[in-house]
Design a protein. Structure first.
Length: 267
């Protein structure tokens, strides 16, 4: 070996020689954020885990693979999950009924971009089996509204009244709950009286969750508590995308959950 070749070989075999630089890993890291700012995660996987853990809920086959229905054994609480839908459109509909064949009492919807911690909190509350029903025709009074939003008030979320709208907004202004007092006077059970949102502002939300007049206050209180104290994870690249997106407010008209399905179509 020539002197040059020998020096080159020694340099390659010398201990402590820095290894080749690894690709930048920063994009793979995640950050802990409030639940309302977390990533949506895999909604289908969340639903599958829910079914695995709660045998009193059953998955029903539909004519299309685009939609899944999950029904409680009482037949009075039903979930509709629409797959492969744009992030700002309704992907979840929860509806409660007085009896298996009656009109529904209340309905709740959530868009496809709803963060995983928020969705999991909703499903956990449904699985507890408490607070599903409500008194039909009962007025939406101050006591009910206060109970539903108490966690927000205790956490110091900003409270404002603008005509028919009552709002509670996070200190950072990036999330909130809006109550529409006008809809409580309307006979329809399907109007969006409550709107939970997060994002740049209420007119350009990253995601929304809506609930009709008689949605139980314990359920709404659990969601409020989760907004205030819940946490989740978000990847930096997701945060960057969300800042560039402009989502439209979803229609307050909830999708209809099938009232009954024949036993022959169950899994």
């Amino acid at each position: 070996m020539t002197d040059t070749e020998r020096q080159t070989a020694e340099a390659r075999s010398t201990p402590g020689t820095p290894a080749a630089a690894k690709p930048e890993q920063s994009l793979q890291r995640t950050e802990t954020v409030p639940a309302y700012a977390a990533d949506p995660g895999d909604h289908d996987a969340i639903l599958d885990r829910f079914l695995d853990e709660h045998g009193d809920w059953e998955k029903w086959r539909t004519w299309s693979d685009d939609t899944t229905h999950v029904i409680h054994e009482s037949q009075t609480l039903r979930i509709e999950r629409v797959h492969e839908i744009p992030a700002h459109e309704t992907a979840w509909t929860v509806a409660a009924y007085e009896t298996p064949v009656s009109d529904r009492i209340w309905v709740l919807t959530a868009t496809g971009a709803t963060p995983a911690p928020v969705l999991e909190e909703l499903l956990n509350h449904l699985a507890d089996g408490e607070g599903w029903d409500t008194v039909i025709g009962a007025p939406m009074d101050e006591k009910i509204v206060t109970a539903a939003t108490q966690p927000l008030s205790e956490a110091g979320w900003k409270y404002t009244v603008d005509g028919r709208w009552i709002r509670w907004t996070s200190p950072a202004g990036d999330a909130g709950i809006q109550f529409d007092a006008f809809t409580t006077q309307h006979p329809s059970q399907n109007l969006a009286t409550w709107t939970v949102w997060a994002g740049a502002d209420p007119e350009r939300p990253a995601w929304t969750l809506t609930a009709s007049p008689h949605t139980p206050s314990p359920l709404l209180a659990d969601l409020s508590e989760n907004l205030v104290h819940g946490t989740g994870t978000r990847s930096p690249q997701t945060a960057g995308r969300e800042l560039r997106k402009k989502f439209a407010v979803i229609s307050p008209t909830a999708q209809t959950v099938t009232s009954s399905l024949p036993a022959s179509r169950r899994h």
